[in-house]
Design a protein around this ligand. Structure first.
Ligand SMILES: C[S@@+](CC[C@H](N)C(=O)[O-])C[C@H]1O[C@@H](n2cnc3c(N)ncnc32)[C@H](O)[C@@H]1O
Length: 199
């Protein structure tokens, strides 16, 4: 069962625009905990090179950027993509000093019309975004098309309020040429997965 919430996209965007200034107050620690659980497992299987290209889909206020910075220093290039201008602005404003290192870009766009084509992304992250999408299966297929074919990996979370574990696992089984790790998230709001693109 996937409970697509049926809310119109323009209403979702407007909700995030209106709540952007207090998003971190409410969700920063919650989102950090999800990221940390994923990163802990990622380190075991991923061989970090210098300058990974990281795409954060539905990046919100750039919490994931801050987390990579604290773990990897400036040895990565970050692209944050979101359709809420106010979430992006909030993220850029609070990170002005850190962002001077020029290791980032932000893109204002709908993730279901991803404006990227080539297989250059090493790490793609999507934290608590799937419940807002109309066709999650199509979206995942598009993500795997832009992941690097040698070491591309997706860190993704699915909110337990909207998805059952069975639904997510069935969804992943339908996608060809991937394997995945279900990361323990007993005390967290989301199911967490690390998904690798296979040759
Ligand atoms: C729950 S927030 C998560 C934000 C961020 N990933 C984090 O962990 O803090 C969901 C984000 O997804 C964005 N979003 C939802 N649907 C989107 C879409 N179709 N295209 C782009 N961004 C979208 C929202 O604007 C919001 O910033």
């Amino acid at each position: 069962m996937k409970k697509y919430n049926g809310i119109k996209k323009k209403d979702i965007k407007s909700k995030y625009d209106q709540t952007a200034d207090h998003y971190d107050l409410r969700y920063e620690n919650i989102q950090k905990a999800k990221f940390n659980a994923l990163f802990y497992e990622l380190k075991k299987i991923y061989d970090f090179q210098n300058k990974e290209i990281i795409l954060d889909i539905g990046c919100g206020t750039l919490i994931v950027y801050e987390q990579f910075l604290s773990k990897l220093g400036h040895n990565f290039y970050y692209i944050g993509l979101d359709f809420s201008i106010m979430m992006l602005k909030e993220g850029i404003n609070k990170n002005q000093v850190k962002l001077r290192h020029n290791n980032y870009s932000t893109i204002l766009a709908d993730v279901e019309y991803l404006p990227l084509k080539s297989e250059k992304i090493n790490i793609c992250v999507s934290l608590t975004v799937a419940q807002n999408l109309i066709d999650i299966e199509k979206h995942l297929t598009i993500i795997f098309d832009i992941l690097d074919k040698n070491n591309g990996v997706l860190l993704i979370s699915f909110h337990k309020k909207f998805f059952t574990l069975k639904y997510v696992e069935n969804l992943l089984k339908k996608i060809q040429k991937i394997d995945y790790i279900h990361v323990n998230s007993e005390n967290l709001e989301d199911y967490l997965f690390i998904i690798r693109k296979l040759h």
